[in-house]
Design a binder for this molecule. Structure first.
Ligand code: FRU
Length: 493
């Protein structure tokens, strides 16, 4: 039986979602049913459809005591909201049901593992949040919290592990029927570590080891880990806080990290081989993956960043959306991402331009819109000096635009939303070093009203950003300093 707190949230969301017009939300990216959304949670395939839960505060467009919102989909693009799944209503989670994951039990029930948060007054007068791992069992609609919660607390931590930074479990079932989970934690060196725990049945848990230690290399605390096998390698995804830039690879603040390596399943040892950002844009965090029934590893992230949450409109009725679901693969030691192939079923109204050669600025008939899927190839012109800069401006009218620009000599691709209508002094630009030879570059960009996701060189680099520009700004124009050639294939979505 749902608690009073959960029933209230369910009643509230049902009434208040009606106040948000469909056309004022993203069309195929999942946005919050109402109020606030952050991390994806419990991304899973259960009883014939995908389930996606999310960090949720229904009552305001700002973060508050965390609930779990819930939605399902058959193709990860058309979503149905279900009633909120969890509310902060127990002594061990009364200040929030933080991020976590889901797994199916052999008897067909779904097990959610999440972080329970309780505020504790400290000797110095301040307040810290104690974090433990908890379970809830359900049928895809209603969930019952486990009577023995929490199942992991400070007594299960290795020496020096902080009980205040111990969150975001990722759980999976192994081939032998036992369970494993990994959880983000802060170690005595002040930075993050990923802890591994094991369980015979999903309910009784034991500490196993440190799967991977940050050792102050990539930011401090590591949030929202995920760990899986992909193309013969093992991949650890995490979202580090308090990052510092390393060249063009990582940026300041909350970032994303992908470690690729090998995992010895006998000894549970992970050996890192290479590292990279997951996303090189501005708004992507807390990624989670699911394995689709046909064997694809699909990732989704919160399409925002803690450091830029003040970018919003004054009358915004919802805040928070997920990225596109992205199919993952590994090529030459790099993580590649590509929009989930189901998106191609949503395409209509194809417009093609080949060998458009231009100087200065052009607009092209049929090339505009805020819900589009567009592939562009840039190339230099034989016998001409290499162009100095190319830019595409979109979500554009007389007043506003967001741009993606490329300088072939430096091989830098830049996203810039300075002129998107923002009135805040936050990060509006990000630059990314991409692979290109002699001014050739290929990218695919997806717009869904309030966001742009750019997949460069078949998914070798991805840049994501939100922009809350008035939807009437739907123009697209092209600029070049020099002379350039371009092929375009564009669809409406
Ligand atoms: C990451 C995060 C998680 C936490 C959740 C709280 O964005 O800080 O570590 O579980 O958000 O909403």
């Amino acid at each position: 039986m749902a608690s009073q707190t959960l029933r209230e949230a369910r009643k509230y969301e049902e009434a208040s979602e009606k106040l948000i017009k469909e056309e004022n939300r993203p069309s195929f990216h999942l946005s919050t049913r109402t109020g606030w959304m952050n991390d994806p949670n419990g991304f899973s395939y259960y009883k014939g459809e995908y389930h996606l839960f999310y960090q949720y505060y229904p009552y305001d467009v700002h973060w508050g005591p965390m609930h779990w919102g819930h939605a399902t989909s058959k193709d990860l693009l058309h979503w149905t909201y279900l009633p909120a799944a969890l509310a902060p209503d127990e002594f061990y989670d009364m200040d929030g049901c933080f991020s976590g994951n889901a797994v199916e039990l052999p008897d067909g029930r779904q097990l959610l593992m999440y972080t329970g948060v309780v505020k504790e007054r400290q000797k110095n007068g301040g307040v810290s949040e104690v974090q433990t791992q908890c379970l809830a069992i359900g049928n895809g609609l209603d969930y019952e919290k486990y009577e023995k919660n929490p199942v992991l607390d400070e007594h299960d931590l290795p020496e020096g592990g902080s009980r205040f930074d111990f969150r975001d479990p990722k759980i999976w079932r192994k081939k032998d029927g036992t369970y494993c989970c990994i959880v983000g934690n802060r170690s005595s060196d002040g930075s993050g570590q990923i802890l591994m725990f094991t369980s015979p049945n999903g309910f009784e848990w034991k500490y196993k080891k440190v799967l991977c230690a940050n050792n102050n290399r990539f930011g401090l605390m590591w949030e929202c880990p995920d760990f899986f096998k992909l193309d013969g390698k093992w991949v650890l995804l995490t979202s580090p806080q308090d990052m510092m830039p390393q060249g063009f690879e990582y940026h300041n603040g909350n970032g994303t990290l992908c470690l690729i390596g090998n995992f010895d399943e006998e000894t549970d040892s992970f050996t890192e081989e290479c590292s990279q950002s997951i996303d090189y844009g501005i708004d992507f965090y807390a990624a989670q993956t699911v394995l689709s029934p046909d064997g694809r590893r699909i990732m989704i992230g919160w399409m925002q960043n803690w450091d830029t949450c003040s970018l919003r409109t004054r009358d915004q009725q919802w805040y928070g959306q997920m990225s596109l679901p992205r199919e993952l693969s590994i090529k030459n030691g790099r993580l590649y991402q590509w929009p989930i192939r189901e998106l191609e079923n949503m395409r209509s109204g194809k417009t093609v331009y080949e060998n458009v050669v231009f100087t200065d600025i052009i607009r092209l008939d049929g090339i505009k819109g805020r819900k589009i899927d567009m592939e562009i190839e840039l190339f230099p012109i034989d016998g001409e000096e290499l162009y100095r800069k190319f830019a595409i401006r979109f979500a554009q009218n007389e007043k506003y635009y967001t741009s993606l620009s490329f300088r072939p000599r430096e091989s830098i691709l830049k996203i810039d939303r300075k002129f998107s209508g923002s009135r805040r002094a936050i990060i509006h630009q990000r630059r990314n070093l991409v692979k290109s030879e002699n001014g050739r570059l290929k990218f695919r960009m997806i717009l869904d009203r309030f966001s742009v996701e750019v997949f460069v060189n078949n998914g070798e680099n991805v840049m994501t950003a939100t922009m809350y520009t008035d939807l009437a700004a739907d123009g697209i124009s092209f600029f070049v300093d020099g002379k350039i050639g371009m092929n375009i294939t564009k669809y409406e979505l």
